[in-house]
Design a protein around this ligand. Sequence first.
Ligand code: HEM
Length: 209
Amino acid sequence: MQELFLATVDNPYNAAEWALSEMLNQPNQLEKAVEELDRVVGKDRLLQESDIPHLPYVIACAREALRLHPMGPFNLPHVSSSDCIVSGYFIPKGSSVLLGRLGLGRNPAVWDDPMLFDPERHLSERHVDLAETELRFISFTRGRRGCVGGVLGTNLTVMLLGRLLQGFNWNVPEGLDKIDLSCEADSLLKATPLFAHAKPRLNPSVYPS
Ligand code: HEM
């Protein structure tokens, strides 16, 4: 049960919390995402799963959060089942292999200005989604032991972020300059939970009672 909770709750909420925090500090990104939601979904009903494929900018925001702010510093540990060579490095059979999520997602040889939260960088992808099969960062990885919940995980993450953006006008609370973006050293979760001002922006009848 703990593993299912980690997979289905912690991953999506971590991505949505980081995306919203970063976007509050760059309000033009908030505006773009809300404009897309208003255009695709409108203000008379809530975002549904069937809308998700038509929301490339909101997906790109969630994807950027997975790249820059992974849940933990390493992927789940794997053991090599045979001798192999990867990028010129010999990895003997039986080695414990840990993929560094920060080393991939924040690699300056792959990503321009890697520490900048910039959803636009994903919009030139052939198909914008949360999967990253080239392992330029780790979202669901790939192969036999890759995440089995990629589709559900994508829907949960985009739905959570999208509905928060669609349903509320978000602002940095008065008295604060910016949202604090520091993270816990070991887990990479946000050091302080997101604290922001949310004001409903849809007709009251649209919100579930
Ligand atoms: C945004 C949401 C999610 C993210 C970012 C995510 C990410 C990952 C990653 C990185 C792995 C390790 C893959 C590897 O070892 O190479 C993994 C494994 C796994 N995930 Fe997810 N996951 C998400 C949602 C889910 C959901 C919704 C489920 C189930 C309903 C799920 C079930 C699993 C399981 C069972 C494994 C272990 C697979 C194995 O070892 O064979 N995940 N996930």
